[in-house]
Design a protein around this ligand. Structure first.
Ligand code: TYD
Ligand code: MG
Length: 449
């Protein structure tokens, strides 16, 4: 079986014929025991197997549980769907256990079973003390055996089951160690069957390692209904939760959290936190009107450009793709004639957020120029626009949301791509809109006037 994609073959290959990964084959012993047997008959296997005409299939409004976190509900598409299997993935220490425990404690009037294969019950209790009082009926179980977990589920009859983490539990039916692909697949499919047939939602946590050497969420992603990815820089307090896959909602929503001493706090108004307060304008700082998912917010881009002290100039970027930064520097050099080849360039996106929206390009380019010239950009101006290879400013999506957000936060002007402006003709904004066609136009607007 290939460790990367989970495909199985009767012989091992050097390169996986399915996903192309090298040296990814491991031997797997196949057991006849199936998911039904593991759960000791808890799962009812009777099912309707005759095909049915689509117009005759009845649908019932899916039942959703309120997770008591508006942000989490939003990412799930409106709450936790009964009978769904949700995977929450993320690097170690990012706050996955904290988030699910917080949810478990707050779901008032519900019975929750929190199974941890990593921590003892008293350790979980210690963590819960930091978060606050339990409003729900929350049961803790420290257990690694899947069979035992099912036995305890039967005894407890919970409304929601949480398993932290899938890599630490194992089924007796497979003789490999916990965390191996066989075990992960076996346990996840047993939990899926369980969720579907009892209508009890199950949340599982999955670790991601840098090399992905442990049976990673890739394999799990195919099995589960919803994949939520928890990301952020561990050294900063902001965390982003996004849906990578959701059978019950859109994948456009993101949720923002802040890690505090007493658990995670929802960030409802990100812009105010991501722009440093204070009126003093500093060189090398620009403000980008961003959209993550469907949510607009403004974020500060900081750059430092200095003459390279030794030979090769250094380039480093935090929260932004370094290759994209190099591309922008090349565009500035070649198309707009700014001399940056002998300069060290450092770039930082506020709050430790990782930005994937290309509309931030313009703000990155302007922050670099501002630092290079040592001229500050007015703190009243926000900007957005994708920079093309010939230095043209290309249109961006959801332009109206970006403009409204900047307007709401009291910015006096916003620089936008010219092509977006032509489509805004009949809209009226109080904010001053400055359309630009090329990187030089933006430069002139900011530094020449
Ligand atoms: P954790 O939920 O254990 O991460 P994961 O399950 O993803 O591995 O969270 C780890 C970090 O969160 C840990 O370094 C401590 C910090 N933390 C807080 O800052 N405040 C809190 O209230 C809690 C419970 C944890
Ligand atoms: Mg954990």
């Amino acid at each position: 079986m290939c460790k990367e994609c989970g495909m199985d073959y009767p012989k091992a290959y050097g390169k996986c014929p399915s996903c192309g990964a090298w040296n990814s084959f491991v031997e797997q012993k196949i057991h006849k025991q199936t998911a039904e047997k593991i759960s000791h008959g808890y799962i009812n296997t009777a099912k309707d197997t005759t095909p049915r005409l689509i117009s005759e299939v009845e649908i019932s409004e899916e039942q959703r549980f309120d997770t008591t976190s508006t942000e989490l509900n939003k990412v799930l598409g409106g709450g936790l769907v009964a009978g769904s299997l949700v995977l929450i993935g993320g690097e170690p220490g990012i706050g996955k256990s904290t988030m699910v425990l917080q949810m478990a404690l707050n779901m008032k009037g519900r019975k929750i079973l929190y199974v941890s294969g990593e921590e003892s019950v008293s350790q979980i209790k210690l963590r819960a003390e930091r978060i606050g009082d339990a409003l729900s009926e929350c049961y803790l179980l420290s257990e690694n055996s899947l069979e035992e977990i099912f036995a305890q589920i039967r005894n407890t009859q919970p409304d929601v089951v949480i398993v932290d983490s899938i890599q630490t539990i194992a089924s007796e039916s497979a003789d490999s160690s916990p965390g191996s692909i066989t075990q992960v697949r076996e346990c996840a499919s047993a939990l899926l069957k369980f969720a579907k047939q009892t209508n009890i939602p199950v949340i599982i946590i999955g670790h991601i390692t840098k090399e992905g050497s442990i049976a990673g969420p890739k394999l799990l992603e195919h099995i589960v209904d919803t994949v939520l990815q928890f990301e952020g820089d561990r050294h900063y307090i902001y965390r982003v939760l996004r849906a990578n896959k959701n059978r019950f909602g859109s994948t456009d929503e993101i949720a923002l959290f802040e890690m505090q001493q007493n658990g995670l706090r929802e960030v409802n108004n990100p812009s105010e936190l991501l722009i440093s307060q204070g009126n003093e304008a500093l060189s090398g700082v620009s403000i980008a009107a961003m959209v993550e998912g469907i949510r607009p917010f403004l974020i500060e881009v900081q750059s430092l450009v200095s003459t390279a002290a030794y030979g090769t100039p250094q380039r480093s970027a935090t929260g932004f793709d370094i290759r994209r930064m190099n591309m922008l520097l090349a565009v500035l050099e070649k198309r707009a004639g700014f001399r940056l080849a002998q300069k060290d360039v450092f770039l930082n996106i506020a709050g430790g957020l990782r930005v994937s929206d290309t509309a931030i390009d313009l703000a990155v380019a302007m922050a670099v120029l501002s630092s290079n010239l040592d001229i500050s950009i007015s703190r009243d101006i926000a900007m957005c626009g994708e920079v093309g290879l010939s230095g043209e400013i290309r249109p961006v999506n959801r332009i109206e949301n970006r403009i409204s957000e900047a307007e709401k936060l009291g910015f006096s002007s916003i620089i936008i791509p010219y092509n977006n402006n032509t489509k805004l003709a009949n809209k009226h904004f109080k904010i001053n809109i400055m359309p630009v066609r090329k990187i030089e136009d933006a430069f002139r607007v900011l530094f020449k006037d």
